[in-house]
Design a protein around this ligand. Structure first.
Ligand code: SAM
Length: 385
């Protein structure tokens, strides 16, 4: 039966579901479209979907997630009133739906939410009201590290409330394990999460220790959403890289250096390229801290030099959802013997693989970064024919 025909609160008898969510049952949030499907079934369906879309290679058993408490980042819209703010999502009419106890989020995030609600009141951060375009506080973005520390970002309409945030921040830092706190300004009335301008008020870096590699997250940098599954993804990529044992590895769209810093070995030249300067700063800091022989540069992955004496033998690509575009043809024509393609979008992945006829997909693995949704993250190894 289509979900739209269901009555609010209705359940299909005793559910074998693996994660209970009162918001889902009350029809306050239906973002987890597969929540009524047992997790093992979800995983089998996703695996079947990617194997059907991308045949002709060996598919390893999928890497499963925990069914709940796996999201390291909460992106919460703030609405309601100063006295009774809602922290969660917005309904179609712009009113707030409170989802503070969303069971997808890691426990330290859930535990921080009531403290943050108090902070909104104490610092008098009037929630932004979308219908009337009034108010200041638009979003709360909270990231949790594996060590239990938090990075907090407040997305404000203007700098009007900045002095009050600064004044009350020390008390908040006493109440929460804050490694970083910053304010992001989003003056425009736009359906986006954040703006360009960020002011760091505390710390500025969250250490995400993944497989003992202390990756550093700055406020605006990308980080994989599911830390345990990301750890599995980096381990798998490293195992495939080590099996090929190339002497020169290039990590394109490297972010804060997850693939590159895991792959660094004595005698192996590893380089990363990424468009976001703060992510490159973070990658360099980690490389210096752990003594990894890896270099990082700010740049466009599409125009990186793949030729010459220093040409990479193995290239890792982990692009945004749109895929690698024209870079596919350049990789296909390059001297690289191998490509590891880490993708969050099987559609753009299939298109990019078709544009690399001289690189044969040999093996792939699904990493279930986003349980209860149809999203699939896959790692595919390509070998020159
Ligand atoms: C899916 S994330 C992957 C990040 C990283 N590999 C990781 O494991 O966390 C994609 C990254 O590509 C970067 N990016 C987007 N367009 C780019 C481009 N044209 N050139 C280089 N990097 C780009 C983004 O800033 C983002 O950090």
């Amino acid at each position: 039966m289509p979900t739209t025909e269901r009555e609010p609160g209705a359940r299909d008898g005793p559910s074998p579901r693996d994660l209970d969510c009162a918001y889902f049952d009350a029809w306050r949030c239906r973002s987890c479209t597969l929540l009524d499907t047992p997790y093992a079934r979800q995983l089998a369906d996703k695996q079947g979907g990617v194997a059907d879309a991308l045949p002709a290679m060996r598919w390893h058993a999928p890497f499963a997630s925990a069914p709940g408490g796996f999201r390291n980042k909460a992106k919460m819209a703030v609405a309601g009133t100063l006295e009774r703010p809602t922290i969660g999502i917005l309904a179609a009419d712009g009113t707030g739906i409170d989802l503070q106890a969303c069971p997808l989020h890691e426990r330290p995030i859930v535990e921080a939410m009531p403290v943050l609600e108090d902070f909104v009141r104490t610092a008098r951060l009037t929630p932004y009201d979308v219908p009337s375009r009034r108010g200041e506080l638009k979003h709360l973005i909270v990231t949790a590290s594996p060590d239990g520390e938090l990075a907090l970002r407040l997305v404000l309409r203007s700098s009007e409330a900045l002095p009050r945030v600064a004044k009350h921040l020390p008390a908040l830092a006493d109440a929460l394990p804050l490694a970083s706190a910053s304010v992001n300004l989003l003056p425009e009335h736009k359906a986006v999460l954040e703006g360009e301008h960020e002011t760091v008020l505390l710390g500025g870096t969250l250490t995400m220790r993944v497989n003992e590699v202390p990756l550093r997250l700055k406020p605006r940098s990308f980080f994989q959403t599911n830390t345990a599954v990301a750890a599995g993804l980096y381990r798998q990529a490293t195992a495939w890289i080590d099996a090929a044992d190339p002497s020169r590895v290039l990590d394109l769209y490297c972010g804060v250096g997850g693939f590159a810093l895991h792959a660094a070995r004595p005698g192996r030249a590893v380089a990363g390229v990424e468009v976001a300067a703060d992510a490159i700063d973070a990658a360099r800091e980690t490389a210096a801290e752990i003594g990894a022989g890896a270099s990082f540069a700010v740049g466009d992955a599409g125009s990186v030099d793949l030729e010459g004496a220093q040409a990479p033998e193995l290239v890792v690509v982990n692009p945004p959802r749109r895929g690698i575009g024209a870079l596919a043809a350049r990789l296909d024509a390059s001297a690289a013997e191998r490509v590891l393609y880490s993708s969050c979008n099987p559609v753009s992945l299939a298109r990019d693989l078709a544009a690399m006829p001289h690189l044969r997909p040999v093996q792939g693995r699904l990493f279930d970064m986003f349980p209860h949704t149809g999203h699939a993250e896959v790692l595919v190894e390509l070998e020159r024919r």
